[in-house]
Design a protein around this ligand. Sequence first.
Ligand SMILES: C[S@@+](CC[C@H](N)C(=O)[O-])C[C@H]1O[C@@H](n2cnc3c(N)ncnc32)[C@H](O)[C@@H]1O
Ligand code: SF4
Length: 431
Amino acid sequence: MPESFFRKKLSRLFTGANEIALVNRIPSLEQLCNKFRDIAELGIYLHIPFCEQICPYCPYNKEIYNPEAAEKYTIAVKKEIDFYSAVIGNRPVTSFYIGGGTPTTMINKGIEEILKHVFSKFNMQCEIHMESHPNHLSKGNLNTILSMGVKHLSVGVEALQDRHLRALRRPYTTVEVKKAVNRAVSRNFKCVNVDLIFALPDQTYDEIERAGQDLAEMGVHQVAAYPLFRFPYTEMGREAGGSGCQISSILKRRKMLGILEDIFYAAGFERTSVWAFTRRGVAKYCSVSVPLYLGLGASGGSFLKDVFYLNTFNVAEYIGALENERRPIALSLDLSEKMQMAGWLYWRIYETRFARGDFKIRFEKEFDSVYGKYFKPLALLGFLKCDGERVALSDRGAYWLHLLEDLFSIEYISRLWGTSKLEPWPERVVL
Ligand SMILES: C[S@@+](CC[C@H](N)C(=O)[O-])C[C@H]1O[C@@H](n2cnc3c(N)ncnc32)[C@H](O)[C@@H]1O
Ligand code: SF4
């Protein structure tokens, strides 16, 4: 397969590794303390693995909400927090993201208790970013979300035409979801982000144009627009049988993304990540925004400088491990310096801009001495704009990065998450 040959070559070039393999090694307390020794600040990701429905396209780790599991999960997450608070001590936590699944399934069902625990056990110096489901945004729930301290809220809208909402099996109509978004926008969040999926089956260019215009007119602060990815282990991925990336769909995605770019730039938004457009002057809604972070909950992943840990995906196993005073880490991956640099670069480009000096601060090496030879031709081709110290991704570059994402992330995520969903404690996963 030319795709897998190209993927292996590129991966080897940037990471220096012939094979990237995660193994089932659980670090000792002492090893973990050592990992944190020279980490000055970190972010926290908290995973809530419950949903009221399972959407046919969704790759994330989740199961159907049930109150008993949520109650046990709350206790287990608090235990995991206790464990890490002893390891992390007073280091500042400068970014906090709650994702899922659907975090709002646990409103009044334990999430407030978990957040209180996070704030009492860690030195929190940041605001909360949280994902939500449109059906959970009643006036009462919005009051609770605000009282929990959430300042940046994301709403999974996905589409703004009933036929597409039905095809995605979303449990609301266009009229209902617009009302939910308007309710959120009218409250005092610093940023309300809306997730939109484009290049849906049979979606027309007119439809995506209307959806983009509607969102700009509704006053949302940010739109994260993703093309429909078909992960092989989801219902839609199985139906597509690996045909998610044909030339026709690549061209359609390119054109639709262009339509959205035109609408949002004209409405005063700027690109703040490969997929996100944020109103100028608004602090962007984003996932954990610092390079090193700790992942809490089932499937929480931690990136601690030279190692990556991944918790078990299985909610019952996660709860069981913590009940038995065991750490729920299922897999770990040691990261060579070349791998850390490749990971750093991927995320900085994903955010569409970075300063070369940040690379030097992190790795004590000149950016150009490591990546200059690749960046000069990319700038000549118009993928990047280099302005002295700062490097920014152009719209053309953003599009090609998306194709690279198809080549790497979808494949890597499918292997790692697909295996982790099937086996709670895999022996080894090769990416
Ligand atoms: C965890 S969900 C959002 C919160 C909530 N669970 C919901 O569905 O409303 C994260 C977002 O990822 C995006 N997403 C999920 N699966 C996707 C796929 N296969 N292709 C593109 N985007 C996807 C959707 O826009 C979704 O809103
Ligand atoms: S898209 Fe959201 S609601 Fe649907 S299964 Fe995924 S996380 Fe759950």
